[in-house]
Write a new protein. Structure first.
Length: 57
């Protein structure tokens, strides 16, 4: 999960990491939260839903 306005870990860095993980056969998922920075309130419940989905697998 990354915010589109994240300056600490910009989404394009995460996209490269996800692509590399997928190329090695890992089921890597990536969620961009529009307008959010590096963590904090703007993520809200969307992070909870993403984590719930991850742990159900």
């Amino acid at each position: 999960v990354s915010g589109s306005a994240d300056r600490t870990t910009p989404p394009h860095h995460v996209e490269k990491y996800i692509a590399a993980a997928r190329a090695r056969g890992h089921d890597a998922q990536f969620l961009i939260v529009p307008g959010a920075g590096h963590g904090g309130r703007p993520f809200g419940p969307i992070v909870g839903f993403a984590l719930d989905d991850l742990f159900r697998r």
